[in-house]
Every structure is written in C-alpha cells, then in structure tokens.
Ligand binder design. Structure first.
Ligand SMILES: Nc1ncnc2c1ncn2[C@@H]1O[C@H](COP(=O)(O)OP(=O)(O)OP(=O)(O)O)[C@@H](O)[C@H]1O
Ligand SMILES: [Mg+2]
Length: 260
C-alpha cells in the first residue's frame, strides 16, 4: 500500500468515470461511466439483475480487467499503475463459482496466499483450522478432501475462507452465498455481518438478492445495464423512486394466497 496516498483520504476504492467496453468497442459497453467511492471499513453492496455488470465491476478493482475509460483507484493508486501481484495480495476475492483449485485439498486451497507469503507452516495450519470453523466446516472432516468431494455450498464456504486467509484489508465477494440453502445462507449472512463489523475491512459484496443487500450493506449501489442508477443506505434505498428500485422491492413481496 502507498502510505503517503493512503493517509490522504478515507477512500479505499474509487471509480472515476469508469466504462468498460468489450474489445474496446464503445458501442458495446458492459459498464458505463460509473463513479463511486468505497470508504475504508465500509461494506458496499453491488445489487443488480443478472448481466447488469456486477462481476465486471469487481474485476476492474483487482485489475483482472482495466477500464476502457476512466480510472479505478485502490488506496489512491490507479490500478493500471499498481503491480498486479501486490494489488491482488491485498484483496481477498471470492469468485462466483468458488474457483477452487481442483487438485489442491481444501486446506491447501485456503492456505494459498499464506503459503505464497511464506508463513510458518504451524501458523498456516492453525489459520486454516480457524477459518474452516468460522465457515461452519469441521476441519477434521474437510481439510484433506478435494473440492469435488464437497457440495456446491460447501465449496462456496471454502472460497470465503480462502479469501479471508491472509487477512487482506479489502474483500471482493461475488455472490458468495449464492449456492446455499436459505437456512444456511441466513446463518452465514448473520455471521458475516458480525464479522464485517468486527474486522473493519473494506468489502464490496455482489448480490442480486435485495434482502441480502439490505441486511449486509452500509450502502447499496444499484446497477442497471452497466450504469449506476442508485446509491443509498438500506433505509433510504427502500424510499427511492426509481423503476429499477421498485422492480427489486416488488420482487420480495410474499405471493398472495400465502397466509402469514
Ligand atoms: N468477455 C465478455 N465478452 C462479451 N460479453 C461479456 C463478457 N463478459 C461479460 N459480458 C457481458 O457483460 C454483461 C455483464 O456481465 P457481468 O458478468 O458483469 O454481469 P453480472 O451482473 O455479474 O451478472 P450475474 O448476476 O449473472 O453474475 C453481460 O451481458 C455479459 O454477457
Ligand atoms: Mg456475476
């Protein structure tokens, strides 16, 4: 991290007029003119329908993609000017499909960044066990398994554990609870919410579930067709008069005929 720049603002991540075009063809914008600041220690939820550009926006933060226009700054440094390896070591990333290495065991997957950072083996082992407990997987049972021997939801939980392993200041989480049953999902959401407050990390959390957005976000950024159409705290968000906000709030109405 650039200490000089880090001290000058409380912005951990800043999008400045960011557009992203496929193959740099302006007519094919996936993300259009997004300006947005994520403060240090904030949990910002990116909410949007499938295909609205949420994953693309996350990939612009850790330089898996670079903007076609505008800039993304992480701790004050434009991503195009940072060393991508250093940048990514400071950012935990939970990808949508968990993205575990199939030939690594669960503990090797979680230990990835600590191993690259040459932590002491005993410290790595205790960190892996601590994280497996945290995401509700018994270390004795799961450490030595391979990803194919887990359910989809269990793999997602390992993905969350891996992103937290080296304690990065920034976390990008792309629908991390998407493959979980509603009960486990609610449990993990509650734990995650407490954890986020305790750890004081900067988190960008992607979801298409408005309930999850309301529960976890300090602010909610709503994307629609690659554009940022709303940005508000959960309580203000519900009062916004925008058709896409209405579309989301209408989606949580309990079907008529179901007794409450
Ligand atoms: N490499 C690519 N080439 C062409 N189109 C792409 C590419 N990557 C993404 N897209 C398109 O850009 C749009 C946004 O994709 P993105 O993955 O960011 O959406 P998303 O909001 O994460 O959706 P979901 O909720 O389904 O994960 C989609 O219409 C997608 O088809
Ligand atoms: Mg996505």
């Amino acid at each position: 991290m650039n200490a000089k720049l880090a001290g000058t603002s409380d912005a951990a991540i800043e999008f400045r007029g960011v557009s992203y075009h496929i193959n740099d063809i302006p007519g094919r914008a996936i993300v259009s003119k997004v300006s947005l600041t994520v403060s240090r220690g904030e949990t910002l939820v990116l909410l949007g329908r499938s295909g609205s550009g949420k994953t693309t926006l996350l990939k612009l933060v850790n330089r898996m993609l670079v903007p076609s226009e505008g800039q993304v700054l992480v701790e004050g440094c434009p991503t195009t000017e940072c060393d991508p390896i250093r940048l990514r070591r400071g950012i935990g990333y939970v990808i949508q499909e968990a993205g575990l290495f199939p030939h690594f065991t669960i503990s090797e997957n979680i230990a990835l960044v600590p191993t690259l950072e040459k932590w002491d083996p005993a410290r790595i082992a205790s960190r892996v066990a601590e994280l497996l407990e945290l995401v509700g997987l018994n270390p004795a049972e799961y450490s030595a398994r391979h990803p194919r021997e887990l359910s989809g939801g269990q793999r997602q939980r390992v993905g969350v554990a891996r992103a937290l392993a080296a304690d990065p200041p920034i976390l990008l989480m792309d629908e991390p609870f998407g493959a979980l049953d509603p009960v486990t999902r609610a449990e993990l959401q509650r734990e995650f919410s407490a954890l986020a407050r305790r750890l004081n990390k900067t988190i960008v959390f992607v979801t298409h579930d408005i309930r999850e957005a309301l529960l976890l976000g300090r602010r909610i950024a709503l994307l629609h067709s690659g554009r940022l159409v709303a940005l508000a705290s959960p309580s203000d968000f519900l009062r916004l008069d925008h058709p896409e906000v209405h579309a989301f709030t209408a989606s949580v109405v309990i079907p008529s005929g179901v007794s409450q």
